[in-house]
Design a protein around this ligand. Structure first.
Ligand code: ATP
Ligand code: MN
Ligand code: MN
Length: 370
């Protein structure tokens, strides 16, 4: 391990995949501020600056101590002038005026609200903002606005799915999915992925990866699981996407964020216990909560790549791919790892195999909260 000149501190890598980032963030005040700036850039479609702030926040999240002055940040990678200015202002004044201005900005607030609806991205949010719309009520009341099926569901279940999902709810969902998949045969494996696999205690959804022991035999799995959830009365919304995976086509096109595996984006009913005393009474309360669930089904020989890709964090994934490309001449995505010099795909049964191909130390899922 290399050290910073003149100190015994280990140097911090510019790549998140060479850092161990737990959920124990010692610089939350700084990273929250940088992430507001990143989000605002995203709303303004400034991709470069957005990535700059995200990388800076990610580096600070990996530190095992709190910075107490700008001097402490000397030698850290990915801190541009803009990020440093914000960090300095926070140390000197307690907060950043630039961040405070954004948080108070009507456009920022409105776009943040609109994009909190399932199925609404920055482009749609911007369109609605330009039309003069400012609240969710105004959107629902505007008959000239066409909502797609996903957005319809997003508004219908907004109250529930805008609340964070707890670990207990994720575990309950795990039982529901396992039960629904059990009739496909005993060979089905189901694993929790996404934020909960990284040890997060709250999430915006619950992500699962499913597969079967024989490649090519997984095709019927998701339709069956969805059918079963429907017959149990648990299916509130389903967007099913057929697999478009074809290893022969790769890597002729650019490696993208989205993958080609069979998947579905769901909203499911999760039964909740009624609180004591609320069961009787004039207004009977609902005994369920709507929860967002993502299911993805790769063929088993692609499982490790898909698991690695769906475990996140997004920043960790970005840097894994960037590292593979720039440092190793390889292309990595959710489907595979391609060695450009050898003109071949590298096989992997486990995530450890992929890290080994890349010449990286293994990073545990709970250390990928970059
Ligand atoms: P949260 O708690 O907010 O859900 P998360 O890390 O689980 O946090 P998700 O949006 O659920 O965030 O995504 C989990 C991972 O799956 C991310 O790393 C993302 O890159 C990947 N992912 C999400 N959607 C897709 C998709 N359609 N295709 C490929 N990968 C995806
Ligand atoms: Mn998730
Ligand atoms: Mn998800």
């Amino acid at each position: 391990q290399t050290s910073l000149p003149g100190t015994s501190l280990p140097a911090v890598s510019q790549y998140a995949c060479q850092r161990r980032t737990t959920l124990d963030n010692h610089n939350k005040l700084l990273t929250d501020a940088l992430e507001v700036l990143a989000e605002n850039c995203e709303f303004n479609d400034s991709k470069g600056p957005c990535l700059g702030f995200r990388r800076a926040a990610s580096v600070l999240k990996s530190l095992t101590t709190a910075l107490s002055c700008l001097q402490d940040a000397v030698g850290l990678p990915c801190l541009g002038d803009e990020s440093k200015n914000v960090i300095e202002e926070i140390f000197v004044c307690g907060s950043s005026s630039r961040v405070e201005d954004i948080l108070a900005d009507e456009r920022y607030q409105t776009l943040k609200l609109f994009t909190s609806v399932f199925g609404v991205g920055p482009k749609t949010a911007e369109k609605w903002y330009r039309r003069g719309l400012r609240s969710l009520e105004e959107i629902c009341a505007d008959s000239s606005i066409h909502l797609n099926r996903m957005q319809e569901a997003g508004f219908l279940y907004y109250e529930d799915i805008s609340k964070p999902v707890t670990v207990a709810e994720a575990k309950a969902m795990d039982c529901i999915i396992k039960e629904a998949a059990s009739c496909f045969g005993s060979g089905v494996t189901i694993n929790l992925t996404g934020g909960f696999r990284r040890g997060k205690t709250f999430g915006h959804d619950v992500d699962f990866i499913l597969t079967v022991p024989e490649p090519g035999k997984e095709d019927g799995l998701l339709p069956m699981v969805i059918g079963r959830l429907r017959s149990q009365g648990l299916l509130l919304f389903s967007d099913f996407q057929e697999s478009t995976f074809d290893l022969n086509k790769m890597p002729s096109h650019r490696f993208e964020a989205m993958d080609h595996f069979q998947k579905c984006f769901l909203i499911l009913k999760l039964r909740t216990a009624l609180e004591e005393g609320k069961q009787r009474g004039p207004t009977r309360r609902r005994d369920w909560k709507a929860v967002r669930v993502d299911l993805v089904v790769p063929p088993v020989d692609r499982y490790a790549f898909c698991l690695l890709g769906w475990s996140g964090s997004t920043q960790f994934e970005r840097d894994l791919r960037r590292f593979a490309r720039l440092e190793r001449g390889m292309l990595l995505d959710n489907h595979g790892l391609y060695d450009k010099a050898a003109n071949t795909f590298l096989p992997a049964k486990t995530e450890e195999d992929i890290f080994a191909h890349l010449g990286l130390d293994y990073i545990e899922p709970w250390q990928r909260n970059a």
